[in-house]
Write a protein that binds this ligand. Structure first.
Ligand code: SF4
Length: 305
């Protein structure tokens, strides 16, 4: 079934309409609702209101979701009503079951309740300062920029990749190349913005020719990732690809076996899934990744079916 894109402004109203009771809108429903609202007087009436609440951004989000859904061959589109800012709320309100909260028996992490968002931003800045012009392993020799990580230090969702590629090395930011653009689409399809989540890598300097980081390099660098996770204290971590998964979880299992099932890192649920770069080469794998992300959304308390 093809997804029919219509004028940006109209599906946005359909998407947000309080008159739509269900959690899901089918593409054809979006289209038909949109058509029902095309009269000029309706558009005129709503134009001011829409622009005042920044619906251009929302339209971009909806379009990203529909485009991603179309690439998956999806016939229906979930509405994720995660708070746009991924605000933290009490665990119960977030839909995180008491049994899923981290326990004190595990290695202590920075208790999220003890750090305000401002505290976390300061702690992250201090950690970056501590890394400085890091030469703790040989990867520093080939890098242009150290790629520390970026995003909301108080995020509920954190993505962990393997290491910077060429684009990331040149820009000093994680996941900004083609694979990064796909990751951004996935994040937006989940009802979030890229700046709502936190993104970091196992190693923060680019390995030569994008080879996998070696054990001594991981050993030197991964403590910084651990501390980033401790500061963010996310509700869920998504590991992108086998290298990220194996090094964070300390396993040699293959990603094909592990993806789609929640694991645990010091009390934080971890969802391993395929790396976006792999999806660029294997479009058929986008669908299982979306299935994994739906589980993540459910864990975060999002409405998804
Ligand atoms: S990979 Fe990590 S430990 Fe190695 S030089 Fe870069 S920042 Fe330092």
């Amino acid at each position: 079934m093809a997804i029919h894109f219509v004028c940006h402004r109209e599906p946005v109203r359909a998407w947000r309409s309080p008159e739509i009771p269900g959690r899901q809108l089918f593409p054809q429903e979006i289209a038909s609702l949109s058509l029902a609202m095309t009269p000029n007087n309706m558009m005129k009436k709503n134009m001011e209101e829409r622009e005042s609440i920044g619906l251009k951004d929302v339209a971009a989000d909806v379009r990203a979701l529909l485009e991603y859904a179309a690439t998956l061959g999806m016939k229906e589109v979930p509405i994720a009503d995660l708070p746009a800012s991924a605000r933290r709320e009490p665990s119960e309100a977030r839909g995180i079951a008491a049994s899923e909260k981290r326990t004190v028996a595990q290695e202590p992490v920075v208790a999220e309740e003890q750090l305000t968002p401002a505290d976390k931003a300061k702690a992250m800045a201090a950690l970056r300062e501590e890394m400085g012009d890091c030469r703790r392993c040989k990867l520093y020799k080939g890098r242009t920029h150290l790629v520390f990580g970026e995003g909301n230090p108080d995020a509920r969702l954190m993505f962990v990749g393997e290491g910077p590629g060429q684009d990331e090395d040149l820009q000093g930011r994680p996941f900004v190349g083609a694979a990064g653009q796909l990751l951004t689409k996935i994040i937006e399809a989940m009802g979030l913005k890229r700046e709502d989540v936190y993104i970091a890598n196992i190693v923060k300097s680019r390995p030569p020719n994008n080879r996998n980081p070696e054990p001594d390099e991981v050993a030197a660098c991964i403590p910084f990732l651990h501390r980033q996770i401790e500061i963010v204290a996310p509700d869920v971590i998504v590991c992108l690809g086998s290298v990220a998964m194996q090094n964070l979880l300390g396993t040699e299992e293959k990603i094909t076996r592990m993806r789609g099932h929640f694991k645990d890192w010091r009390g934080i649920p971890v969802m391993p899934t395929y790396h976006p770069a792999f999806l660029l080469r294997n479009a058929a794998m986008k669908k299982p990744v979306w299935e994994d992300m739906k589980k993540v959304m459910e864990k975060l308390g999002a409405k998804s079916k």
